[in-house]
Structure formats: structure tokens, C-alpha cells
Design a protein around this ligand. Structure first.
Ligand code: PHE
Length: 469
């Protein structure tokens, strides 16, 4: 074959930082705290952790295995096995587009808030909520930030796997953990912060229902970057010496730590200041500045640090989302990296404009009951990722040879992986059934039924036309 040699990660730590960078993002710092707040705290965290370690970890391993085995990004990896499976990869690419239809908007907000930390945001704590509402509803301001944010993504991804994505991850991830720890120490020293700790760690089971499980499962997939071929793509750049099980465990653990750290950074201080934990998606942007405003002169610096951390985390994730689509266009449509990056980001930017405007001037323009922002968010988080993960499990468990999987996971038999049989049973039987149940219970108990049915229809139609994709 006259193919160019495939790019690969420059070093082990480079891969881990990039994969952890993909996983750790707005999902951990923006969404995990507000979901925890809205779903009652500790109980949600316990269910979330169960989803992460029982389902997420096995799927992470499966994605990396499939990616490295085929050395192809999501669509190609499925397609080499059978064209009837192409749709599962295409669903991933579609999810990538849709997540990138709102993610850079929130990334742009965090960039804006770094600057706003110094320009009076904290001077009137009571007005922070209204200021946030006015800011995200503005037709121009957030768009400028979204474009800026997107340009940084384009710059990184256009530079390629090692020079761009890997370098960014290696520098930015350690910085993020450092920043979070500084904020936590500050928050824990406030009087009254201990009720935040009990909110986080003492489960109240009375608040749990079908929705809680779907929220936790969706969040596990979103946060670990699973169910859309991202880890297949990153796995495809891994060399044959890497130990997959160990790498999967490290990435999952780091992601979980980042979420818990974000919770620890917010809730103790939030309770210390007597604020409400149920603020929803505005939690970070409304509550955090109020917390910082109460910290006196250093508040501004802490606030800027915090939003910088948020932006950094978002960046290493959106870069991976963009990479999924770019890798598909390079592998399957033979486009050059640069034109794939430019073309893709223009489309994503258009979706972002719709999302951003849906929070303000276009709030009346709804499809199936929701605006563009929620449309992309709910469809991916509540349906596409979980079903994408389920499809991957079925694909690996039932359509790939068990011996091939064992060979890949043990590096051709040179590596011991004692849990292989247990993992295989999880992937083949347990996970498809579990996701099926949670998806069914969740989807039937959710408010946006029309949207759910639409999402499932999209998957069915893609599957029906799989061979033509
Ligand atoms: N995991 C990222 C986050 O937590 C989001 C993401 C989802 C990235 C899916 C890639 C693929 O913010």
C-alpha cells in the first residue's frame, strides 16, 4: 500500500497526558459539579463512580484496543471488519460535530471570565448571576470569545499529533491539577465549608430515580470521552509496546480525580458562603465568582486562575473532539490534515453560533422543544454516547475474535492481563445489557421525549444505510 506512515505519540507520557487531557474537560469542572448539585450530591457521586469503574473503564480499554489493532480512526476501525458497522463510526463523527456545536461556546465563556475576573466581575457579588445571563444572551460578545477559542483549537490540531496535541497536553494538564489544588486549599479554610464535604460524600438515596442513572451514565461517557470513537482514534496512534490495561486505568483514574477535585474546589466554599448547590449549568460561572468575591483582595487572582484552569481543561478536550473528525477525513476521505482542520472547524463554528444565539436572541427558535445548545447537548449526552458505547461493546464482544482481542491486550502474549476473561464477559454481555436498561429507564423518564425518539431514529437510519456511508 502506498500509504504515508501513520503518526504516532512521541512518548508514553505524551499519550497519557493527551488522553487524560481529552477526558478531563468541561465535563469534569463545568458539568460534573452542577450535575452533582442538581442530583442531590453524594448519591449521584456513588452512582457516577459505579458507572465509571464498571462500565467506563471496560469501554475505555475496548476503544483503545480496537484503535490500536486497526491503526485506524473510528469509522475505518469499524469498516475494516464489516461495512454494516460503518454507521457506528459515523455516529461517533456526528457526535463529535454535535459536541463541538456547543463545547467551544462554553470554552469561550471561560476565556471571557479570565478577563472579566479583573474587570469588575467580583465587585458586585449580588449581580454576578444577572451579569452571566446578560453575557451569554448577548448576540455578539460570547461569539467573539467562541471564535478566539476555536482559533486556538485549529492552531493545535493543524500542527498534528505530536507537535500540537501532545505538547499542549504535557504542559497544560499538570498546570490544571496545580490550580485546582490551590483553590481547594483556599476553600477548605473557610468556616462552614464542612457541610460542603458532607453534601459531596454522604449519600442521600431518597433523591435517586431513573433519571439519576441516565445522568450518571451519560456523564461517565461524556467525561471519559467514550462512545464516539475518540479513544479509538487516540488508540490508533499508540505503538505496540504500550500496555493498554495500565494506560486505561491511569486515564480513568486521573479523570475521576479531576472531577472530585472540581467538586472539592466548589462545594465546600459554596456552602461556606451559604449559596445554593442546585444552580444548574450556570453553577461554575455564577457561584464561583461569588465565592471568589468573598475572598477579599486575592479573589481576583483565584478567579482568574480558576477560569484559566477551566479553559485549559476544555481546550485539551475540544482538540480531541476536533481530531476525531479530522482523523476520519484523513483516513477515509484522504484529505490533508490542514484542509480537514479548516473545513471542519468552519462547520463547527456555524453550529456554535446557533448554540450561542439560542441562549439569547434566538431563544424562541426551538426544535423538538429545545434550542440549538440543548439540542446538541442532550442528544449527545443522553443518547448518542451511551448507545455509541453499547455498539462498541457489541462490536468488540460479538464481531471481533476473542483471540485477537487477547493478543492485542497482552501485546502478543508478552504481557500478563489476568482480568482478560472478566473484561471480556463485561464487554460481551454485561455492558450491552446494563446500558440497554439504563438507556430505556432513563429515556422513558425524561422530559424531552420527542428529542429522544428523534435521536434513536437518527441511529436507526444511519444503521439502515450503513453500507452506503
Ligand atoms: N471528556 C470531555 C470532557 O469531559 C468531553 C469529550 C467528550 C471529549 C467526548 C471528547 C469526546 O469535557
Amino acid at each position: 500500500m502506498e500509504q504515508k506512515e501513520r503518526e504516532s505519540w512521541g512518548s508514553r507520557i505524551g499519550f497519557i497526558m493527551a488522553a487524560a487531557g481529552s477526558a478531563i474537560g468541561l465535563g469534569n469542572i463545568w458539568r460534573f459539579p452542577y450535575l452533582t448539585g442538581m442530583n442531590g450530591g453524594g448519591a449521584f457521586i456513588v452512582i457516577y463512580l459505579a458507572c465509571v469503574f464498571f462500565i467506563g473503564l471496560s469501554i475505555m480499554l475496548a476503544e483503545l484496543t480496537v484503535g490500536r489493532r486497526t491503526h485506524l480512526a473510528a469509522v475505518g476501525a469499524y469498516k475494516t471488519n464489516s461495512k454494516s458497522w460503518t454507521f457506528a463510526g459515523v455516529l461517533g463523527v456526528l457526535s463529535g460535530f454535535m459536541i463541538m456545536g456547543f463545547y467551544p461556546v462554553v470554552g469561550g465563556w471561560s476565556m471571557a471570565y479570565i478577563v472579566k475576573s479583573f474587570t469588575g466581575l467580583l465587585s458586585n457579588p449580588a449581580a454576578v448571576g444577572d451579569a452571566f445571563g446578560a453575557f451569554i444572551g448577548d448576540p455578539i460578545q460570547p461569539l467573539i470569545w467562541t471564535v478566539l477559542y476555536m482559533l486556538i483549537n485549529v492552531y493545535i490540531v493543524a500542527r498534528g499529533v505530536t507537535k500540537g496535541i501532545e505538547t499542549a497536553g504535557k504542559i497544560l494538564m499538570p498546570m490544571l491539577f496545580g490550580l485546582l489544588i490551590i483553590i481547594i486549599i483556599k476553600g477548605l479554610t473557610l468556616t462552614g465549608s464542612s457541610s460542603g464535604l458532607s453534601f459531596l460524600f454522604v449519600p442521600d438515596w431518597s433523591v435517586v430515580n431513573g433519571n439519576t442513572f441516565l445522568a450518571a451514565l451519560g456523564q461517565a461517557f461524556f467525561s471519559l470521552s467514550l462512545g464516539m470513537g475518540c479513544m479509538i482514534t487516540y488508540g490508533s496512534y499508540l505503538n505496540k509496546q504500550e500496555k493498554l490495561p495500565q494506560n486505561a486505568l491511569i486515564v480513568v483514574t486521573m479523570d475521576t480525580c479531576a472531577a472530585i477535585l472540581a467538586g472539592l474546589a466548589l462545594f465546600p466554599a459554596l456552602f461556606a458562603f451559604g449559596l445554593e448547590p442546585t444552580a444548574g449549568p450556570g453553577l461554575v460561572f455564577v457561584v464561583a465568582p461569588q465565592i471568589f468575591a468573598g475572598m477579599g483582595g486575592f479573589g481576583m487572582i483565584f478567579s482568574a486562575f480558576f477560569f484559566l484552569a477551566l479553559m485549559i481543561a476544555a481546550l485539551t478536550s475540544s482538540v480531541s473532539l476536533l481530531e476525531v473528525v479530522v482523523a476520519y477525513l484523513m483516513d477515509e476521505r484522504k484529505m490533508s490534515r490542514k484542509s480537514a482542520v479548516y473545513g471542519t472547524s468552519v462547520v463547527m463554528l456555524i453550529l456554535c453560533v446557533l448554540s450561542s444565539l439560542s441562549l439569547g436572541v434566538m431563544s424562541k427558535a426551538t426544535v423538538l422543544g429545545v434550542g440549538a445548545f440543548d439540542f446538541f447537548d442532550i442528544l449527545t449526552d443522553k443518547i448518542f454516547l451511551a448507545i455509541g458505547g453499547m455498539l462498541l461493546a457489541i462490536f468488540a464482544g460479538w464481531f471481533l475474535k476473542k483471540e485477537d482481542l487477547r493478543d492485542e491486550l497482552t501485546n502478543g502474549g508478552t504481557l500478563k492481563f489476568g482480568l482478560f476473561e472478566a473484561w471480556y464477559i463485561m464487554i460481551k454481555y454485561v455492558i450491552p445489557v446494563l446500558i440497554g436498561i439504563v438507556a430505556f429507564v432513563g429515556i422513558t423518564s425524561i422530559a424531552q421525549k420527542g428529542l429522544m425518539i428523534f435521536g434513536l431514529l437518527v441511529i436507526v437510519v444511519l444503521a439502515a444505510f450503513s453500507k452506503k456511508l
